[in-house]
Design a protein around this ligand. Structure first.
Ligand SMILES: [Zn+2]
Length: 456
């Protein structure tokens, strides 16, 4: 871990960055135990303030006597549906939001693709500065500094990711090519003309872009790209290795949600000696818990559960114990090979609880299929469909992409899936590049699995 300090420029005050802690201020303690206590104390300060003054939380929070983490878990969760309902009853920002109109500097909303409505968040100057500092942490770890040329394939719109990435990159002095609203062909043209040090997109989109470059006669390895930064979809170590090869670059990952739980891979990127690394939570951004969804108790190191966040830099539209619906693997402080004393999540492994499939009475996670399918050599990518045949029985079909022998690879995948899930599947094989060309433009999180039973 380097002790080098980075200076943030642009619209933010000059601050110095501690790379080991992922922190912008000297108030953060230096060791894991004290960092956790400091975060918990900040979370309680927020809760106490909201319980006494916030129109939304005043009636919802009843404070216990104790101030430990167990007492904190006794506080109610805030769900997506709670926030959507509050925004609809008290438009546009909800009764949680106490910022005066003249102090609002930014408005973001969730995409609404879940079909359960849109959450709206207003940010004042402090909130904006806080999220930009948090986003900047991972970009610095991925090598962004003054003059770094960055191809940003996320569209800049009302959703948070594109805006916040752009803000952080500009604050660091990067030269951003904001190509999110252009076609893939035009993105390739711009990339070929200007080159880039860093390329940012979803895993499936950076793959599509590499293939589109090759189709246009441009070798992605010849463009000077050092870092590829992805967010929004799960992937396997094998996929990570292949994308590094395709771009001749190091792969980095961010986890982020509009509710301000943000985590980043450390210097050196996603791939560590023994597999995928850790997405670290910058300590000044939030108090994060990972809990068993049924019991509400915290999971152990290496176990999966739901990420629950109480963000710090969100005075304008605060949240207490927001249940993200994201299924993550908790990684305790000090467990990444970088030895940073800050907690995090397993890289490549974030999934939605809504994505669980119940097939022939068995609960299966897309991640189980991912492990089984990508465990077979030569599989580039795949898509799965659960449907119903003429008799009403459930059928599982997998389309996969391989450059190796189609029949041989197909039957190895059938066997691997059967061993992992107990399910019999039909497999069809496509030539390399077919599935990548179906990936849509922009920041659309690809779901490898489609459930066609629901629309019947
Ligand atoms: Zn690390």
């Amino acid at each position: 871990v380097s002790d080098a300090t980075t200076t943030i420029v642009g619209p933010l005050p000059v601050l110095s960055f501690d790379s080991r802690l992922g922190s912008w201020s000297e108030v953060v303690p230096r060791e894991a135990g004290p960092i956790g206590e400091w975060q918990l104390a900040r979370a309680w300060e927020i809760v106490e303030r909201l319980a006494s003054r916030n129109p939304y939380y005043r009636t919802r929070l009843r404070l216990p006597k104790e101030r430990d983490s167990e007492a904190f878990r006794s506080l109610p969760l805030t769900t997506k549906l709670d926030v959507v309902a509050d925004c609809e009853q008290h438009p546009p920002f909800g009764s949680r939001t106490t910022v005066q109109a003249r102090d609002v500097r930014m408005v973001v909303q969730t995409s609404g693709t879940s079909g359960r409505g849109v959450e709206v968040y207003a940010l004042d100057t402090n909130d904006e500065a806080a999220i930009i500092r948090t986003e900047a942490v991972g970009f610095i770890w991925a090598g962004v500094e003054n003059g770094t040329r960055v191809l940003l394939t996320l569209p800049i719109g009302m959703t948070a990711a594109g805006l916040w990435y752009h803000g952080a990159l500009r604050a660091l002095g990067a030269s951003v090519l904001p190509v999110g609203s252009y076609s893939t062909d035009r993105k390739v043209e711009i990339l070929a003309r200007f080159g880039a040090d860093v390329v940012i997109g979803t895993p499936s989109y950076v793959n599509r872009l590499a293939i589109a470059c090759l189709d246009a006669g441009v070798d992605p390895k010849g463009l000077g790209v050092r870092s590829v930064v992805v967010a929004g979809e799960a992937y396997s170590p094998r996929w990570a290795g292949a994308i590094q090869q395709a771009w001749g670059a190091t792969l980095y990952e961010q986890y982020g949600c509009t509710e301000r739980a943000i985590a980043w891979t450390c210097p050196g990127g996603v791939l560590k000696k023994n597999g995928l690394g850790v997405l670290h939570f910058p300590p000044e951004s939030a108090y994060c818990e990972v809990i068993h969804p049924e019991t509400g108790l915290p999971v152990e190191h290496g176990e999966e559960g739901e990420l629950v966040v109480t963000p710090f830099g969100t005075d304008s539209s605060p949240l207490v114990r927001y249940a993200t619906g994201d299924r993550v693997r908790w990684m305790a402080p000090g467990t990444c090979s970088c030895r940073r004393p800050i907690a995090g999540l397993g890289a490549g492994a974030v999934q939605r609880f809504d994505d669980m499939l119940k097939i022939r009475g068995v609960n299966v996670w897309p991640g189980q299929f991912d492990l089984a399918v990508f465990g077979i050599e030569g599989v580039n990518d795949y898509r799965g469909v659960v449907g119903t045949d003429g008799d009403g029985s459930e059928v599982v079909e997998i389309r996969l992409e391989t450059g190796l022998d189609a029949r041989e690879t197909g039957s190895r995948v059938v066997e691997s899936v059967r061993r992992a899930t107990g399910l019999a599947v039909k497999v069809s094989v496509e030539p390399p590049g077919t599935l990548a060309k179906e990936v849509p433009e922009g920041f659309v999180k690809i779901k490898r699995w489609r459930d066609e039973r629901k629309v019947r």
